[in-house]
Design a protein around this ligand. Sequence first.
Ligand code: NCD
Ligand code: ZN
Length: 477
Amino acid sequence: MNAKHGQTTLSRKTAYSYAQIALGTLNNLKSPERESSTGLPSLIIRDAHIWTKNATTRGSILVERGRIQKIARRIIERADEEILARRLLVLPGLIDGHVHLRDMKLSYKEDFTTGTTAAAAGGFTSVIDMPNSLPPTDSAERLVERTKRASGKILVNVGFHAAALDDYDKVRAMKAAGAFSMKLYLPSPIAPLDVNDDKVVVRVLSAAKRTPLLLTVHAEDRTKLPRTREIETFAELVRLRRGNAETSAVRRILRLQRRIGCRVHFCHVSLRSTLSAISSRPSSCLSSEVTPHHTLLSEDHVRRLGWKAWMVPPLRSPKDTRQLFRAMKMGIPTIMATDHAPHTIKEKARPPRKSSPGIPGLETALPLMLTMVNKGRLSLGRLVSLLSTNPAKLFDLRSKGILENGADGDLVLVDLKKRGRIDPEKFFSKAHYSPFEGWKTEGAVHTTVVNGLIVYREGEILGKPGDGKVLKSGGHG
Ligand code: NCD
Ligand code: ZN
């Protein structure tokens, strides 16, 4: 990792001019230890465009002791670190509710440090990790172990989902250990459960209701997935893994949820019809998620790119993609998540049946969506709600997802006009491939601030492992 652990720091008493603190020149200053005896350094972002609630205003932000202390037109105080941000837009730090950080026995694919470095570079200040790790996060003990391993290794804040179980006491223990949800992975459950049996699923839903704990669902019905037979191309594999596996799984979970009444979140929904089925039920207990890949790519890309565009649920027809994008633009899904799912190229570049599904997504999501904003295809407000405000509400991260006094110092500064090209070679993730390779982008992450600390700036990692905190559900961010 080409991370730089030094951090540009200016002492409050240091005399310096605006020229010195102007963007770019900070890099040339000496880099003493960042943490002074007084604790966390203070930070002022000056003269920026700031996204506050529903619009941008011009002003400055003071972050002290890890929290936003002031947002004002002018701030006369000085801070340890200052950023003159005239051309930049400040958004609340992005929150990704669906990432696979791997680590432990899967560290060869990704580890806590590389995954959260990728998050920092992508403008994500908090991410929530999925439980299909090795060992899987399928008990309170395993969750505690994973939490311990993560702390000290992460550059952004990290929370954890746990595996779905049908035993109430165990579910309650996982919640007490800080789990943000339990994940029901219908294609092949993480903990051994006969998920085809409604009685088993009802027990899972009842445990979620009683605890209470959010249930996240990978909704693909395994009985509707293609049987083992030779499949020659990825295009064929994708066509055979049909949308009806998703439609039928969503319908089934909705039917059971209506009986039990627990909170259910549907992960990576790939079809407009499924989104509509979820959102047409007027229940505050239901939520849904879309990904950048399902809203921007289709089977056409699978035909051209093969394994680079292989993930589950698979990409759909160009018409489905257009419809999903339109639904997202209208705000029908609750959140957007990347489903960052890194594998090695060796594991992916195999015959279709043997190839691991999943693509890295943390470093491409924001530039791709900012490009949509610049093209007039998505409003900035929708982008912020899908990627920050709504995930903060869904996962009850109360002092995140908003820029206001007292909120956590989690921010992303974006340069809306900066043009770039998606280059997987430059990813901080261990997974150096992407179906978006070569895409031209307009809009880039300039600086990422986590807990008041600058962790990323203009292609450089300035944070260090330990700058991120472990998040626990009910810990209120
Ligand atoms: C995910 C993975 O690799 O862990 N893969 C994927 O294609 N989405 C698993 C998952 O989220 O279903
Ligand atoms: Zn999934």
